[in-house]
Design a protein around this ligand. Structure first.
Ligand code: MN
Length: 150
C-alpha cells in the first residue's frame, strides 16, 4: 500500500487515523497520565519513528535509560525533565537531547499538560528501569531525589 504523504490534523494535537495509545503496553505505577501517538511509525524508510507524547497536569513519564537516544521538542505546555543528574525547565519549543544510557524522566507541571515530539531510531533497545542500588545512587543527589517519581 502506498504511504500517505499528508496527514491532516483533526483537532489540536490529534491527527487523522493516528490512534491515541497508552504510553506503555504494560500497566504500572512508574508512570502517570501519559498518552502516545505514533506520527511516523518507521514505515517511511526514514529509519526513525516520530511520536507525540502528552503528559497530563501532575503526570510523569517512566524513569528509565536505554542505549538509543531521544531527540525531543516540546510543543505544548510546560514541565521539567531530568537528564542524567540535571533538571531542565521546559517550555514551548524547548529541545531536549537524551544521550545513550542516561537516566531520564519528564514531568508536567501541576497546572499544564506537557506535550512533546520524540524522535527515536526504529531499531532500538528496550528501556531499563533503575535497580534499588541505582535508585539509591540517584537519590544521593537531593535535587534528583526530590524530582524523580518511581
Ligand atoms: Mn526513554
Amino acid at each position: 500500500m502506498k504511504r500517505k504523504t499528508h496527514i491532516r490534523q483533526t483537532e489540536p494535537f490529534r491527527w487523522e487515523n493516528v490512534p491515541l495509545l497508552a504510553y506503555k503496553e504494560e500497566d504500572g505505577t512508574h508512570f502517570k497520565s501519559v498518552t502516545r501517538q505514533v506520527l511516523f511509525g518507521g514505515g517511511e524508510q526514514a529509519g526513525a519513528e516520530l511520536r507525540y507524547f502528552e503528559i497530563a497536569p501532575g503526570g510523569h513519564s517512566t524513569l528509565e535509560r536505554h542505549g538509543h537516544v531521544h531527540c525531543v521538542m516540546v510543543v505544548r505546555g510546560r514541565g521539567r525533565a531530568l537528564v542524567g543528574r540535571e533538571i531542565h525547565e521546559l517550555g514551548q519549543h524547548s529541545l531536549v537531547y537524551i544521550p545513550p544510557l542516561t537516566w531520564h524522566q519528564f514531568r508536567a507541571t501541576d497546572e499544564e499538560a506537557l506535550g512533546f515530539l520524540c524522535l527515536v531510531r526504529r531499531d532500538r533497545d528496550r528501556p531499563q528501569r533503575p535497580t534499588a542500588g541505582e535508585l539509591a545512587s540517584l537519590r544521593a543527589d537531593a535535587s534528583v531525589g526530590a524530582f524523580i517519581r518511581v
